[in-house]
Write a protein that binds this ligand. Structure first.
Ligand code: NAD
Length: 713
């Protein structure tokens, strides 16, 4: 039978929770039939009705399952979270979910969550209210509490039930970091009782719910019990967790500490008081600007995935060639193989290929959820060669990551274009050359595109898809689909020097250089940037990127845009002094392993003779951020991210969060400016122009928007 949610006008029922009885006498509730099951208001009410009906029948047990092997439920409706502006509404929403899941917990017969696919957020909290959790080993299966990533706390009992189930230390590790686990990780931590093949899931759940068999118990270790069940233990864990959260979030994200306090209080004072606190915290968090910004980022990443939607089938089981097995090529090949693609990795040097294999192996070793055999299976998908390969003819995708030299790139891609299928995509990972120029000498230039990965490829989530003059929409869609398949976010940008991210970053790095030249220390400047929420200050970034690479990019920017992009030439001076950044042991900083320490001779190496000074922190921040913002507004109005539009503004915001680490809790650079008030920002530009020079003259697009009262969207 169907248990339907409330009806909305002529649209009919919105959810499809169903209830049936199995021959064993066990009730089976399916949370829906849709490909994506969201626990919105309608579904929650339908689920509540189903529970009431089950209660009346007193079955042997209850199994709760999702809509398919690939879907349990993705949890609460994020659109609803976005729209809440009153803390009371948030609190009531939490209470509603808590009450329903409380009913599940109180049922007088065994309850089993039979999970396959994502079981996250509210879905995980529902599973926690059951006696037993079984999860399938399907590739799509995940379980966890990612709420803090949206700036909120788990509100349907997660902060209370998870510590009781697996102990406080392990629970806080999941809740405060918003972790979502694979089945193997979940069973190791006790979040699920058993992992089993999807086809056996329901039968096993039925067996347990009917009392024919018992599930493997979840055991909490002796120390975890002590740390959870004693007041001394809890205060020890809480102190450590508070410090850890502070270190990880720099105090910018209020949700993790709020979740922590609710969890601790619940263990101290009991479930009821803990749940009340959890609901209050959800109410408080859901209206914070941090949550609104993080929810905004969530939707931006969702729309980035849409770029390749129409071409998803084209990248299934695809064969690729990566040319150039340096840092970038090795990274690209590794990621393609990890996500299921076949790769021929080609270089002129055997040594490069050997090194690349080592890079791939290291990357896969870090993915601890993979077994040894899975790792070697992935590695085997990478075929290395210095010559040709009989498999090249099957290739649908070529990407080059050879030296940054136009003629070399043209030659390499020209040869390859003649060997692969006529409609194979030909991509370049150039960071500074024109895609249009690279495409000029190739047949079918409409299939040529830039695919600008960031370093390190294995970690960085952004890919700039660069549209050359002749690049076709199909080509953009295919590389968009490929980017999403590789677990990264695509943005589509114009073929201009520096594309989007490096272009916007340049004035920011140059402004940092000016601050240094005026007598401020790199430590003070970097600290100001991190106090704004950036993960690293500009000089740490330069040392990470490599000062040789940075010098090269700086020149490209000057060639492309003239003197307005001119720098102090500091990176060049450091390279000449043998300091290429972290990779060479030092740059603006000295490095001892991962740790950066001040380089005592920095000023003399750079020829800085002005006296030491310390500009006010807010002034440093404004100079750095206005430098970014001025260029971002130019990019928006010049169509670098597509014709000026809300979508283009969104792409710029996403690009800078994912490409340079602009703080996600600020919702993106242009969003930040709007939140601050464009009038105030315009005033800030004018003050900075008076004090520091015409480079801060407000961009025309900003003045225009303030005059017309419009925003960037
Ligand atoms: P790299 O010097 O580490 O690697 C280049 C590799 O290409 C070398 O192994 C070399 O042997 C090989 N090669 C050269 N000519 C070849 C040919 N004709 N056929 C096959 N292989 C050839 O360089 P990298 O840092 O990996 O950069 C590669 C490309 O990626 C460049 O275009 C660069 O601008 C771009 N890029 C680099 C970064 C970065 O931070 N390193 C970031 C984004 C994009």
């Amino acid at each position: 039978m169907q248990v339907q949610g409330s009806e909305t006008g002529s649209k009919g029922p919105k959810s499809s929770v169903s209830l049936e009885y199995l021959p064993s006498g066990v009730a089976l509730i399916s949370l829906g039939s849709e490909p994506v099951v969201v626990l919105d208001f309608d579904r929650l009410s339908a689920f509540k009705d189903a529970i009431s009906q089950v209660k009346q029948k007193s079955p042997k047990g209850l199994v709760i399952t999702g809509s398919s092997t690939e879907m349990f439920t993705v949890g609460a409706d994020i659109h609803a979270i976005k729209n809440v502006t009153d803390p009371k509404v948030g609190e009531d929403l939490a209470k509603l979910g808590q009450a329903i899941f409380g009913e599940v917990e109180d049922l007088p017969f065994p309850t089993v969550a039979a999970i396959s696919g994502p079981c996250v957020g509210g879905g995980c909290e529902l599973a926690l209210a059951c006696n037993v959790r079984l999860i399938s080993s399907d590739d799509s299966s995940r379980i966890g509490l990612p709420e803090v990533k949206l700036g909120i706390v788990p509100g349907f009992g997660g902060t209370q039930r998870l510590p009781r189930l697996i102990g406080l230390p392990k629970a806080l590790d999941i809740i405060a970091a918003g972790k979502v686990l694979r089945p193997k990780q979940a069973i190791r931590r006790g979040l699920v009782n058993e992992v089993l093949p999807a086809e056996k899931l329901l039968a096993r759940a039925d067996e347990i719910a009917s009392g024919k068999s018992t599930a493997a118990p979840v055991k909490i270790g002796f120390f975890d019990k002590l740390l959870t069940n004693t007041s001394y233990g809890r205060s020890f864990v809480a102190k450590k967790a508070r410090a850890q959260i502070k270190k990880q979030t720099n105090g910018f994200y209020p949700a993790p500490p709020a979740a922590l306090e609710a969890a601790i209080l619940g263990l101290e004072k009991g479930l009821k008081i803990g749940l009340e606190r959890e609901a209050q915290e959800l109410g408080k968090m859901i209206v914070t600007p941090e949550s609104k910004s993080l929810v905004r980022m969530f939707f931006l990443t969702e729309s980035a995935k849409a770029i390749g939607k129409s071409a998803r089938s084209a990248v299934k089981d695809f064969h690729s060639v990566v040319i150039g097995a340096g840092t970038m090529g090795a990274g690209i090949a590794s990621v393609i193989a990890r996500y299921g693609g076949q790769v021929i990795l080609k270089d002129t040097k055997d040594t490069a290929l050997e090194r690349a294999k080592g890079q791939a192996t290291k990357y896969l070793e870090k993915l601890r959820f993979l077994s040894e055999s899975e790792r070697s299976f992935i590695l085997n998908r990478i075929e290395t060669t210095t010559g040709s390969s009989s498999n090249i003819g099957n290739t649908g995708f070529v990407i080059e990551a050879v030296f940054e030299d136009l003629e070399v790139k043209k030659k390499v891609l020209g040869e390859m274009a003649r060997m692969v299928q006529q409609d194979a995509i030909i991509a370049t990972n150039t960071s500074s050359l024109s895609v249009t120029k690279i495409a000029e000498s190739l047949d079918n230039p409409e299939r040529v595109v830039g695919m600008h990965f960031f370093n390190p490829v294995e970690k960085m989530p952004l890919v700039e898809i660069v549209r050359g003059e002749k690049t076709s929409d199909r080509t953009i869609a295919v590389v968009g689909a490929l980017t999403s398949m590789l677990g990264k976010y695509p943005i589509v940008v114009a073929d201009v020097p520096g594309f989007l991210v490096n272009r916007v970053l340049t004035p920011y790095l140059n402004e940092a250089g000016r601050l240094l030249a005026e007598g401020n220390s790199v430590e003070v400047i970097d600290a100001a940037a991190t106090s704004f929420g950036l993960p690293m200050g500009p000089f740490r970034v330069l040392d990470e990127v490599g000062l040789d690479v940075a010098t090269h990019v700086a020149q490209i920017m000057i060639d492309g845009y003239g003197d307005r992009m001119a720098s102090q030439g500091f990176t060049k001076k450091l390279v000449a002094a043998g300091r290429k950044g972290k990779k060479s042991g030092g740059g603006f900083y000295d490095f001892d392993g991962k740790e950066a320490k001040p380089f005592p001779e920095l000023r003399s190496t750079l020829g800085i003779v002005v006296p030491h000074m310390r500009a006010p922190k807010d002034e440093i921040i404004d100079r750095l951020i206005f430098a970014l913002l001025g260029e971002a507004i130019l990019c928006l109005d010049e169509g670098v991210a597509g014709a000026p539009s809300p979508e283009a503004a969104d792409q710029i915001d996403l690009g800078l969060v994912m490409g340079m680490g602009f703080p996600p809790f600020r919702g993106g650079l242009l969003h930040y400016a709007e939140q601050r008030g464009l009038k105030d920002v315009l005033e800030g530009f004018k003050v900075a122009a008076d004090k520091f020079g015409p480079r801060f003259n407000p961009p025309k697009g900003l003045e225009e928007r303030v005059r017309t009262g419009k925003g960037f969207r």
